[in-house]
Write a protein that binds this ligand. Structure first.
Ligand code: ADP
Ligand code: 2DT
Length: 212
């Protein structure tokens, strides 16, 4: 009998919506219930491409806007073989940001279309579930000051939120909008149930291709 594959689960949302907090809690809960699970995050700053991206985000270097968009995408593609291997081994991957952040952030810059931004990520492993942690910017502001990295301003984050809303109209992606203004535990409980269901549904299905 072939091994049941793991699920590819993505958390998206604007800054401070609680993505990292919820990814960690979800991986822990899945492991506790005997389901193999690992966390990943994009950008993955540990690779050579990731280090270039990291110094760009820290404003230590400047990169042309199209170029950095392609680097973010390349940073996903370089991890695809590893991701597929883990999914096929039955490990569920819980991913903090994916191609949707890639498109939302670059297309929030002047003169970038959603279509152009999506192209380099077409064909990536398709998430079985993308949860969008919805949070009003004023509530997000109450969760602490913005950091000093590139993109960490409230006006840019508002444009990013609008791009996410456009992306969420695409019915080919399994989006679930989560009200992230509730307590950490309440949000976690909702996420956990959604994920347990998707893990059971996806285990016998092939891994899809994003935006294809
Ligand atoms: P993100 O990864 O989306 O930027 P984090 O998980 O890092 O967000 O959370 C940002 C901050 O908000 C952290 O200090 C975290 O403890 C806090 N936080 C996360 N979720 C909640 C919540 N549901 N209610 C209140 N504070 C939260
Ligand atoms: P964090 O490491 O704090 O999540 O910030 N970004 C991310 C892009 O512009 N394109 C992408 O493809 C991805 C995955 C979002 C990372 C910052 O990088 C932005 C915030």
């Amino acid at each position: 009998m072939s091994c049941r594959r793991g699920s590819l689960i993505v958390l998206e949302g604007v800054d401070k919506a609680g993505k990292t907090t919820q990814c960690k809690k979800l991986v822990h809960a899945l492991q506790q219930s005997g389901r193999p699970a690992e966390m990943m995050r994009f950008p993955d700053r540990t690779t050579q491409i990731g280090q270039l991206i990291s110094s760009y985000l820290e404003k230590k270097n400047n990169l042309e806007d199209h170029t950095v968009h392609l680097l973010f995408s390349a940073n996903r593609w370089e991890l695809v073989p590893q991701m597929k291997k883990k999914l096929e081994q039955g490990i569920t991957l819980v991913v903090d940001r994916y191609a949707f952040s890639g498109v939302a952030f670059t297309s929030a810059k002047p003169d970038f279309s959603l279509e152009w931004c999506k192209n380099p990520d077409v064909g990536l492993p398709k998430p079985d579930l993308v949860m969008f942690l919805q949070l009003n910017p004023s509530v997000a502001a109450g969760r602490g000051e913005f950091g000093t990295e590139r993109y960490e301003t409230s006006s840019f984050q508002r444009s990013v939120q609008q791009r996410f809303e456009q992306l969420m109209k695409d019915p080919s992606v399994n989006w679930k909008v989560i009200d992230a203004a509730r307590s950490i535990e309440v949000v976690h409980s909702e996420i956990k149930v959604l994920c347990e269901n998707i893990i059971n549904t996806a285990e016998n299905l092939p891994i899809g291709e994003l935006w294809k």
